[in-house]
Design a protein around this ligand. Sequence first.
Ligand code: ADP
Ligand code: MG
Length: 651
Amino acid sequence: MWTYHSIMQKIEEHRKSLPIASVEKPLIEVVQKNDIVIIVGETGCGKTTQLPQFLFNAGFCREGKMVGISQPSCIAALTAAKRVAEECDVQLGQRVGYSIRFDDTSSSSTRLKYMTDCLLWREALVDPLLSRYSVIIVDEAHERTAHTDVLLAFLKKVQLDRSKAEIGGVLKLIIMSASLVDARVFSEYYGGANVFYVPGRQFPVNIFYTETDYVDAALVTIFQIHLEEEQGDILVFLTGQDETESLERLVQKELEHLPEDKRNLLPLALFSSEQQMRVFAPAPFGFRKVVLSTDTSITIPGIRYVVDPGFVKARTYDPSKRMERLDVVPASKALSLQRSRRAGREGPGKCYRLYREMEFKKLEDSTKPEIMRCNLSHVILQLKALGFDDILGFDFIDKPSRSAIEKALEELQLLGALTDDWKLEEPAGHQMARLLPLDPVYSRALILANQFNCLEEMLITVAMLSVESIFYDPRDKREEEARSTRNHFASVEGDHLTYLSVYRESNELLEQIKAENSEANVDQIMRKWCKDNFVNSHSLKHARDTYRQIRGNVENMGFNVSSCGNDMLEYLRCLATTFFLKAAQRQMDGTYRALESGEIVHIHPASVLFSSKPECVIFNELVMQTSNKYIKNLTRIDPLWLPPHHYNSEE
Ligand code: ADP
Ligand code: MG
């Protein structure tokens, strides 16, 4: 029987067995002697969960000081904090807490605080010296997201400011990376900072290559492993929520064809906080888990098999055309390597790459840092809000081109966030900064909608646009059924109003349930409604959370949330005025020309405007598919609503 004592003893044994445990003493010494330390160690060696505990025990949290650990995603922050609270045998929110977008469990007694990059930013806006922290750990720095990159630069300044101000003592900075190459880049950036290597413990992983359409290939491979290989859980890496969810359904469906005694396979798509606890818990007795994930940075116990189709979803941005694209592209060698090593954490493992071996050799060594390939407007707005005026002279780790920076400054000016001499505009610029990480263009839409009394509609729109896909596409014959069922949401004006009506209808249903029967299982009824209407229930829930959060933010800023009722004209004009950089006009041959870039694009088949083909539209998303460019999330507009002076791409 498991007693409390034996559980704690087991946790203690586990902690002692981690590679990082053997270097606790020298590691703490390095941190005590140096203000910046870079730590390199394989995923799974214990960096995220152990180092903060070492620091606590070494006295870094005396006098109420905290250790902040920044994570690249909400799930990473949440699971790490839960695990560490368990290891420390404390209640979550006491000594160990986390703080993420919709959820803050930290309290005045929290000493080890796991949080997302964005939340750390928010704290910095209020307390620019981060004076409550003795140590900031930037975790998973090798992912090189734009957020992390700017954070690293910012923390360098905070450290300096704090020593100058003689407030709060020294701020120790620890950068953690799973990649040696990046560790060298960071060390150089911090003037030759100390790099500490945690010895690894990696069991051999056998690699197999196959080929074909990767979702189908993944399905086949999962069942091959399940039926032929020894015990051990499976981890599959996919590129988006649509894929993880459709593969989850496909696995479930396939299982029905298996004999009773072979149905002990449990597919779990990792994306939402409801399911994530099941992902980390051991599979039910006699079952094998298959975790479907888009995220490489979290550690899941029990994994022995990795299935890697070799793709990621990546945003690329062309500043000269102001065109951002979201494409599925081949993963880098570094990422593929990290994925495969996930199979060898607890014993020898196997990794199935769903492509040919010669293709692996052709992959890029590593992914270009995001800051070199993204729209910099949010980064720059953030820097401006934190008081960095000279963006062109800013000390980036990898410096984006001058023209990319200038284009972003110009865009912020066009959106009304910056003045002609590139200072934060009062009040719009400050308001947009307070709404970060919301894309500045969405903040602009909210500010404008506030002036034109359609803020409620715009809040819903922004919330619905911030999730991956509101509708789900059944991957079988039911496509026609899905289309006709959804027809009643469709608006002739376009997708934005269509999403609005999905949201509103679900809202009415909720209110009806609450009024009629307070005992009803709301979640269950909502899920059924979503299923009947081919709406993705996780996405809708996420959109509702997002709505509530952004609404709270704008109300705090003094906005009054009012609705325009049935008169949508002002709302449509607000869309046109905000998204004018993403406007497209129909041409003689039925294709569209994006006005800002001059590119030829097509309306995506998923849009409600696919067959009506209006003369002029604004869009929110550009994707590449089968070598054509498609625009998604469209609304038709009157070209006269667009600012006349702006487009000059025809020369
Ligand atoms: P790193 O940050 O170096 O990748 P972690 O500190 O995240 O390593 O994990 C160290 C070990 O702790 C893992 O190998 C795993 O065995 C265990 N672990 C981490 N998170 C969890 C969790 N949520 N549940 C159970 N075990 C965990
Ligand atoms: Mg980690």
